[in-house]
Every structure is written in structure tokens, then in C-alpha cells.
Design a protein around this ligand. Sequence first.
Ligand code: ADP
Length: 326
Amino acid sequence: MAKINSIGILTSGGDAPGMNAAIRAVTRSAICNGLKVFGIYRGYKGLVTDEIIEFKSQNVSNIIQMGGTILKTARCQEFRTAEGRAQAYENMKKHGIDALVVIGGDGSLTGARILAQEFDIPCIGLPGTIDNDLYGTDTTIGYDTALNTILDAVDKIRDTATSHERLFFVEVMGRDAGFLALNGAIAAGAEAAIIPEFSTEVDQLEQFIEHGFRKSKSSSIVLVAESELTGGAMHYAERVKNEYPQYDVRVTILGHLQRGGRPTAHDRIIASRMGVASIQALLEGQRNVMIGIENDKIVYVPFAKAIKNDKPIDKELVNVLHELSI
Ligand code: ADP
């Protein structure tokens, strides 16, 4: 196996708080271990268009506390084509980059996997997404911060919901995963969560109403995961207006504010641990794996597993929310 002397690092897809902490950790750990580091701007786009500069330790000073990503992120159609990836490979060769660390979600890791297969380049993925939807890791970089942002917003909505005795549907992100909605609902003391994982099993609105909605409550808050499978908060608000016109219904879509903000301690710590682990993995000869954390231990998850498998929702969480919302 060829020795690795130099690595490239990029952030891709949806941004997530804690990505900067990961960039810092990868850069500094690589330098500590005698490797050269190149920062690649705008995800795969920068790899294709050669927006690549060498990073020293100072390039990542004072960023651990910042949301977003200093490397910027982008979605790159060209990288989905064989020609685009060939151009990316040429640029890597030009700079002498032997391996890549990719921080991003499902799509970004899919791109890394394909590039690794086509050009035999070691690639390591770090799970950077607020959605927590990558298999093989208990949590992803950005998820805890987004959860806390949701909590803060829902606490505020609760004040007005209680004062007016209203039913609020609050839409949160998650793509096709319900982790933010379900755990957000538990943490905020919401009455229910409507999540895509159960969209075909039961009518979650019927269940919520039957479960005794407003029996003893002056207000109710339901978190709805944005997803075509659930139809989103608007869909449920319309249904309630039609089927239960006695209720005073409002909708709040939290939107992009969920992506921003200073990363929590938890996200900074896992990003730092995963960043250091990505360099260790490369030095150990690992390739084409995502770094995960399971039971507080670093694990290597083959890309194929991380991308292809659906991460299951723990039914115990559903029960916790159900019992506590009486
Ligand atoms: P995320 O990483 O947050 O899931 P996307 O799904 O938008 O975000 O993916 C980010 C980028 O990864 C895409 O813009 C594209 O450049 C690359 N990518 C995603 N899927 C593929 C694929 N099947 N082949 C090649 N590149 C891909």
C-alpha cells in the first residue's frame, strides 16, 4: 500500500454545526503526524475546479466555536459524472494529495465511495449532518446542536401556545429521518411527534387525537419531521382544520435556523474525536470507511453499510414520548 504523505479535506452537502471543529481536528492531527494538509473549498466543486490551498495549523485557529464551515460547502452536479470525477482526480494528483477526508452526509459519502473505487484513493468519511441519519454511528456531527436549537425554539412557541390555548404543529428538519422530531419532542415536552419512519404504519394524527389530545391541557405542540412521507406540518394543520374545526391551529416551520449556531460541547467533542480518528484510520491503512461513535467508542463503518442501511428509530423513544404526554 502506497504511503500517505498528504491529505485533502472538504465539507460537502448540507452544512452542520461542528464541521469547523472537525476541519480543525483533521488538519491538526494530520500535521501532528507529519502529513501535509490541503483545504478544498466548496466540497467536490472545489476538487473539480481546483480551489485547493495548503493548510497550516493557523488556518484552523479560532474556528472550533463557529457554526457553518470555513471551507464552504456546495452541491456539485459535475462530480456525479465520470468526467467530473476524472478532473477531480487530476487536481488531486497535481497537488500530490494521496487521500481524502470528506465531512458530509449520505450523498457526500456516496461521492467519496465512488471516487475511491474509480481511482483507488483512500477516502475517510466523517458523518456531518444535523439529521443523524447515518447508519453505524450513534450520533452525527451537528445533530446535538440542531436538537438544542429546536428545543430553544419550541420552548418559546410553548409560551404563546399556552397563552392562547392553541395547537401548534412545528416542522423540523431531518430529511427522511425522524430523530430530530422525536428526540426534540421528548426534550421539549411536546405532546407528539409525527415521523416518516411510521408514516405507512399508522395514522399518527388519529393516534394523537385518540390518545387524549387536550384532555387536561391548555395547549399542545406536535413536532412534524419535514418529509414527503409525512407531508409536513402544513398537511397536518389542514387536516385538523377540516376534521376537527374546534381546535385553534397554528404552524411554525423552523427551517434553516436549525442549521446555524455555535456547536454544543457534545458536537465539538465528537467532531474533534472523529477528526483525530480519521487520521489514525488512514495511518492504520483503513480506507473507504466512515468514522462513527458507538457506545462512546470510535468505530470504522464501511461506506457501503453507512450509506445503504436505514438507521432504525428506537421504539423505546416512541414509548417515552407517548407515556409522558398524557
Ligand atoms: P449530503 O452529503 O448532505 O447528503 P448531497 O446529497 O447533496 O448532500 O450530496 C452532496 C454532494 O455529493 C453532491 O452535490 C454530489 O457532488 C456528491 N454526490 C452525491 N451523490 C453522488 C453520487 N451518486 N455520485 C457522485 N457524487 C455524488
